[in-house]
Design a protein around this ligand. Structure first.
Ligand code: MG
Length: 476
């Protein structure tokens, strides 16, 4: 069982005890909610920073997410990690991926390249849903898990009361040399190799059922869409409707799903007491050409520690708590979600060391720029290596190899990557968000300061990192 030792004081300014409040001079009596807020966390897969109209896309039309940003806060420096499993590990634990033994993509069963990647998130890690359950939340996961397909590492062993979805990525299919891809309800396989044109619809229906059933208790819903990870599919209601290609059709269907869920919160009378967060797990898979997303103004994409690989859209909406139309430019990441949400829920932090910070005061400030989150460097880990670090506007890469698009693919067929090495490269992300102009020689002191920081942080992580679960090992 998970244990907690740090109790965070309930944020009385964020939710209040059950009271009837007489407003002076008014006969009106306002009934305040007694419970902490419901939380819905929506994660898309491989959607780039530039893949929403409110993030500057001219290809994507996303009216519901644009409206959500208008009613909430939009983050412009929010980071995931370079690939699926590491980002999900960070979200679930509040830790940088190597700290919890998930430095890279977790392998599905039965394929040679996965032989040394047969692991999952260790059951002894304390997860976000476990922390929320400790203060009375009911929890559900819908969608893609990808933190280990073993019985010991599936969602219900990590704090979710219920699960509907896929154990890993939607491209790990028999025709690509993998085993059957199971669509699961809890521990049962409902179907193998399901019709992927229906995934967004089915996930949305599951999410709606959960919201309707649990409207009277605090709930945490984690909706992790399989789309727009290749192979991409849209249902007939959206196929060829955007006029801008299949990728735009897929995002339009996800956008409509968000609109459906937000509308249901109003129908159920819980709109005011529900925090909804939307983000993506990594940047676009660029070798897929017209079936890939866009990193917007940023360099490279998925699988890299350039901004395009890790900077993603992030929108949070909580009526009356988060100021409508606010914007944050401060660096933040998926590691910050657990400490933020447990703070809002009045739960405790995990006993083991985490990396994230509580962003509550920042996100709920009427002026987020004047209420920055606690200072911390942003660490760009890829496959366990700390490739780069960001402090304020400065980002330093230490020498590492990276992939770039050599041949662009088209219509579900991948092109090819080629590889190159960086040097010691310093970028000013405010003046040069595309990481085009290395200014290491112009700012040698800043370069040395950040180089030494990377060396120290990487050494600390090597001594502190914890093991993943591997099959055949005990869990206690
Ligand atoms: Mg992904």
């Amino acid at each position: 069982m998970p244990r907690f030792f740090v109790l965070i004081a309930c944020c009385a300014c964020l939710f209040s005890t059950c009271v009837d409040v007489d407003i002076p001079g008014s006969a009106e009596v306002v009934k305040e909610r007694s419970a902490p807020p419901n939380i819905i966390f929506i994660l898309t897969d491989d959607q780039g920073y530039g893949d929403l109209s409110c993030y500057g896309s001219s290809r994507i039309y996303s009216p519901n997410l644009d409206q959500m940003a208008t009613e909430g806060i939009k983050l412009t420096s929010f980071y995931a990690f370079p690939s699926c499993s590491p980002s999900r590990a960070a979200l679930m634990t509040g830790c940088y991926p190597p700290r919890v033994g998930i430095p890279d993509v977790v392998g599905p069963p039965g394929v040679a390249w996965t032989a040394n990647k047969q692991y999952g998130l260790h059951p002894q890690e304390t997860t976000l849903p476990e922390a929320l359950k400790s203060v009375g939340y009911v929890t559900a996961m819908v969608g893609k898990w990808h933190l280990g397909h073993f019985p010991e590492t599936m969602p219900q062993k990590h704090g979710f009361d219920q699960f509907f979805g896929l154990p890993y990525s939607n491209d790990m299919l028999p025709e690509k040399g993998y085993g059957n891809l199971s669509l699961m309800r809890n521990t049962d396989t409902l179907e193998v190799n399901p019709d992927q044109t229906q995934l967004v619809k089915r996930y949305t229906a599951e999410a709606l059922d959960f919201i309707r059933q649990k409207r009277d208790v605090p709930f945490f819903l984690y909706l992790a869409h399989s789309m727009p990870h290749v192979p991409i599919f849209a249902s007939d209601d959206f196929l060829e409707k955007s006029g801008r290609g299949l990728y735009a059709d897929v995002i339009a269907e996800i956008d409509a799903s968000v609109g459906t869920l937000l509308a249901e919160l109003k129908v159920q009378g819980i709109d005011e007491n529900t925090l909804v967060i939307f983000t993506s797990d990594n940047g676009p898979w660029l070798t897929y050409g017209n079936h890939a997303g866009s990193a917007g103004p940023f360099r490279e994409g998925k699988g890299t520690t350039w901004e395009g690989g890790m900077r993603v859209p992030m929108i949070a909406r909580w009526p009356g708590k988060i100021s409508a139309g606010s914007v944050s430019h401060h660096p933040a990441s998926l590691t910050d979600i657990l400490p933020t949400l447990v703070s809002i829920a009045g739960a405790g932090l995990p006993e083991k060391k985490i990396d994230g910070r509580d962003l509550t005061a920042h996100l709920t400030s009427p002026a987020p720029a004047a209420a920055p989150p606690p200072d911390a460097p942003m660490c760009y880990y890829r496959s366990g290596n700390l490739d780069a670090v960001r402090v304020g506007k400065w980002k330093l890469h230490v020498p590492h190899s990276f992939r770039y698009v050599d041949i662009v693919g088209n219509d579900a067929v991948s092109g090819n990557y080629a590889y190159r090495d960086t040097g010691l490269e310093l970028y000013d992300l405010e003046g040069d968000p595309g990481e085009k102009y290395n200014v290491a020689e112009k700012f040698p002191e800043k370069t040395e300061e950040l180089r030494a920081l990377i060396e120290r942080l990487q050494a600390e992580m090597e001594t502190e990192k914890r093991a993943p679960f591997r099959p055949g090992e005990g869990v206690s």
